[in-house]
Design a protein around this ligand. Structure first.
Ligand code: CAA
Length: 464
């Protein structure tokens, strides 16, 4: 049985901090954010928003757009790394909010859980729900997989320039109009690591930034190796001599903690794939230097990062490689459109990959590309750490959905925060009623109880 993504909706908070204002306040060169990281604006949640209401707002959008009733939805999964309760799952809050609109008890038989594995958990949730449909368990119903996060780092930390917030919801069913997942090729890699993690009770993560960048690329490459083997053994793709698996992906969507991480990761994967092929000789001639090798090629990630001479040479090599026409062609045709939304919104942790997918569809369609039958590869990464590589084919009915995509309209009118407003919000100094904007027909948080008996209980309303 086929299964895949039928439709997709997003919800992005209305507040943002501009990269220029951020750089000025932190004494940074704005070009570091805008060009070095690919960050122009970072979405920031208002005082009356949390990841559950971002998720509920996204769900309502996809349900209203498709005229769905709660009876059409058999499962609602939420993947997040911004959980605020150690036991009560975030999908229960979302169902509570949706029932304010659709009626008490209307989602009574909608199963689901909250899943966690840093930024990769949404991909595991998609895979599990796809298989629920493939197994025939869905009985004609659809699943909602929501990825919702607030990417918030400590004040003054290097991660602070890669923040953002938002939710993406994907409607899955057995007659998907957007993308059908390729069966039996989803591949993973996993390793116990501490590149980025958030201990109990801490609102912001502990991050080893450069370590996390390198680990992300290594883990995705390992998952890609496994994917390649499955694709060949399952006969999904016939690989000819001197081809790489990336030649068979029309688009590549990567996890985007900041948009340039997509560029970095693509360059790493392409280098790795092309190194074995005759075309590499021509690339090396253009670059004019040998590909650098670390002093200890079998060393740890720490030893590679500590090898300053290698890191400097490798950086130089990568820069030259990414300037070659051959790499530029791959970048422009397979990745560039997926980065546009990330530049405007920032990091969405679990949702970053899927915002990139959404961005790619809209901006490739606007270029006039016929997307039918195109294969999209996904490189998902979650710190801690695990990667997942999978793929799917754009379906003949895709245009029905993609033609009306309009990122700016879906984000809505935004308010540019002043630095002091940003600081107040970041340090949680405001109560929900002190929110910066008042939105209509949206779920907002109105109260979090603090008394001993009911501490942590949250109350939400649907604004009129
Ligand atoms: N003008 C133009 N470019 C500049 C510049 C300037 N004045 N100054 C620096 N740059 C460039 C640098 O050359 C670099 O580009 P390249 O990577 O192409 O070399 C880029 O700007 C970033 O500069 P640095 O590497 O010096 O930046 P940093 O070390 O201060 O911080 C970071 C970068 C490590 C990503 C940091 O923001 C961070 O810790 N972020 C959070 C962790 C993270 O996002 N990790 C990603 C992988 S883990 C993951 O993906 C999970 C997740 O979602 C968090």
């Amino acid at each position: 049985m086929t299964a895949g993504i039928d439709d997709i909706a997003i919800y992005i908070p209305r507040l943002y901090i501009d990269a220029a204002d951020f750089a000025e306040a932190r004494g940074l060169d704005p070009v570091k954010l805008q060009k070095g990281l690919g960050v122009s604006q970072m979405a920031i949640v208002d005082a009356n928003q949390d990841p559950a209401c971002l998720a509920a707002n996204a769900c309502l959008r996809v349900m209203e757009k498709n005229n769905l009733s709660p009876d059409d939805i058999g499962r609602l999964y939420i993947s997040t790394e911004s959980a605020f309760d150690e036991s009560k799952a975030m999908n229960s809050y979302v169902i509570g909010m949706l029932e304010q609109v659709y009626g008490q008890g209307s989602f009574e038989h909608c199963g689901g859980v909250e899943t966690k594995f840093a930024c990769v958990s949404g991909s595991y949730a998609l895979y599990d729900n796809t298989n629920w449909i493939r197994a025939g368990e869905a009985e004609g119903k659809s699943a909602l997989v929501v990825v919702s996060d607030i990417a918030k780092y400590d004040m003054g930390s290097s991660g602070e320039m890669t923040q953002g917030a938002g939710a993406v919801v994907m409607l899955l069913n057995d007659e998907p109009r957007l993308l059908e997942f390729d069966p039996k090729v989803t591949s993973t890699s996993i390793k116990d690591e501490y590149d980025f993690y958030r201990p109990f009770g801490k609102e912001t993560p502990i991050v080893h930034g450069q370590y996390s960048n390198l680990l992300y690329m290594i883990q995705v490459r390992k998952a890609l190796e496994a994917y390649k083997k499955k694709v060949i053994s399952s006969n999904l793709i016939k690989m000819k001599e001197n081809e790489t698996i990336l030649d068979h992906m029309d688009y590549i969507n990567m996890h985007l903690p900041y948009s340039n991480m997509g560029k970095k990761a693509l360059a790493y994967l392409v280098r790795h794939e092309w190194r074995q092929l005759p075309r590499w000789k021509n690339i090396l001639e253009q670059i004019g230097m040998e590909e650098p090798i670390p002093k200890d090629p079998r060393g740890t990630i720490e030893s590679v990062l500590a090898d300053e001479e290698f890191m400097a040479k490798d950086h130089e090599f990568t820069k030259l490689f990414t300037k070659t026409q051959e790499y530029q062609d791959v970048f422009e045709s397979k990745l560039s459109s997926s980065l546009i939304a990330s530049t405007m919104i920032g990091n969405l942790y679990t949702a970053s990959l899927y915002l990139g997918f959404r961005s790619s569809l809209e901006f490739e369609y606007q270029k006039g590309v016929d997307l039918e039958g195109k294969r999209i590869g996904f490189g998902s990464y979650g710190s801690g750490s695990s990667a997942m590589v999978f793929s799917g084919l754009v379906q003949p009915e895709y245009e029905e959905i993609v033609k009306s995509m309009n990122l700016e309209a879906e984000i809505g009118q935004r308010k540019r925060l002043t630095w002091s407003e940003y600081e107040e919000l970041h340090e949680n100094k405001l109560t929900p009623e002190q929110s910066k904007v008042h939105t209509k027909k949206e779920f907002v948080l109105v109260d979090v109880k603090t008394d001993v008996e009911s501490r942590g209980e949250r109350r939400y309303v649907f604004t009129s």
